[in-house]
Design a protein around this ligand. Structure first.
Ligand SMILES: Nc1ncnc2c1ncn2[C@@H]1O[C@H](COP(=O)(O)OP(=O)(O)OP(=O)(O)O)[C@@H](O)[C@H]1O
Ligand SMILES: [Mg+2]
Length: 301
């Protein structure tokens, strides 16, 4: 089953071109789904549409197998916790007092305040005012508030934006724990592939309002391998290219390197041997990490 299913979503702001073009999205129940895309790709717009914060113009949204409409919105929102952009935190209040406000709004049992503080690792902050919290702590307080009403689905828009490496790890571990221990489905957006792939089980990639890829993380890794390359740095790249072109027709010289598609190690060693035997010096052999850009290029090819 899918926690969220969106079909054919298109959205345009007044007077603008569409910022989402017929996108489809499936977030499997129990997954941690990474929604990945560069700045301006349409991540926040999509998440706001899914939560009913923007009025849907075209397409279909189903949440927990129910159509998301004015009739079902309230009951569905009871099952969703969300944090879109910065958490709203009362800086003159402690973590507990911040959460007591939301506990009253959500009308959930008082004991949930202590429980969620424990969950996000803020139980020990006592009377310390939220204004004195680090960005990571504020972010965790925001997540605690989103968890108060025990949702089945958590929607987080770039929750690690602006955090330092240790803050990023803290949030990542917290989300993994929530998913593992309470089975909560998590939809999280990010513009950093390296960061998201350490966390997610499934991934959707959006660029300029178009979905480029959706599927399990493993499948993306496979595609990424296909997009990978091997780079040779030699004393004469052009002659090296001529030597290996017949056996490796996809090889090419790019700036000061001879680039080939991903190859087994034995093939790399054989090329190296051939070049050296022909009197070409090999200064380096590298396998550049395929970044988001390379993957985008490969996916849109
Ligand atoms: N209120 C608005 N009015 C007009 N255009 C908007 C509005 N909000 C966003 N846009 C445009 O819609 C596109 C998608 O924006 P969106 O905020 O969804 O991207 P994003 O993927 O969340 O980017 P970021 O990583 O910067 O948060 C952008 O081109 C943006 O300029
Ligand atoms: Mg955004």
């Amino acid at each position: 089953m899918n926690a969220i299913e969106a079909h054919n979503l298109t959205y345009r702001f007044p007077k603008g071109d569409p910022v989402l073009n017929q996108i489809d999205l499936r977030v499997p129940t129990g997954s941690i789904y990474g929604f990945l895309g560069p700045n301006g790709a349409g991540k926040t717009t999509t998440l706001r549409l899914l939560l009913g914060l923007l009025r849907k113009q075209q397409g279909e949204i189903r949440v927990f197998d129910q159509s998301f409409s004015s009739r079902t919105r309230i009951s569905l929102l009871h099952r969703i916790g969300s944090l879109i952009e910065m958490p709203s935190v009362y800086s003159h209040l402690s973590a507990t007092d911040n959460l007591r406000i939301w506990q009253k709004v959500y009308q959930c049992p008082e004991k949930r305040v202590g429980e969620v503080l424990e969950l996000v690792g803020l139980a020990g902050t006592g009377a310390k005012k939220a204004g004195k919290f680090s960005l990571g702590m504020k972010q965790r307080l925001g997540i605690a508030a989103a968890l108060l009403h025990t949702p089945d689905l958590l929607v987080l828009d770039e929750p690690t934006n602006g955090l330092d490496p240790s803050g990023i790890i803290e949030i990542r571990e917290l989300l993994k724990k929530l998913n593992r221990e309470s089975g909560i489905t998590i939809l999280i957006s990010s513009h950093l592939l390296a960061e998201i792939e350490k966390l997610v089980t499934d991934i959707g990639i959006i660029n300029k309002g178009n979905m480029l890829f959706e599927g399990p993380l493993n499948e993306l890794k496979l595609r990424r391998q296909q997009a990978a390359s091997v780079a040779f740095e030699t004393s004469d790249n052009q002659r090296a290219l001529n030597l290996i072109r017949e056996a490796h027709p996809e090889s090419r010289v790019v700036s000061d390197k001879l680039l080939l598609p991903a190859l087994p190690r034995e093939a790399v060693a054989a090329i190296n041997r051939k070049l050296v035997e022909d009197g070409i010096d090999v200064f380096g052999i590298t396998t550049p990490e395929s970044d988001l850009e390379t993957i985008f290029m490969h996916l849109t090819k």
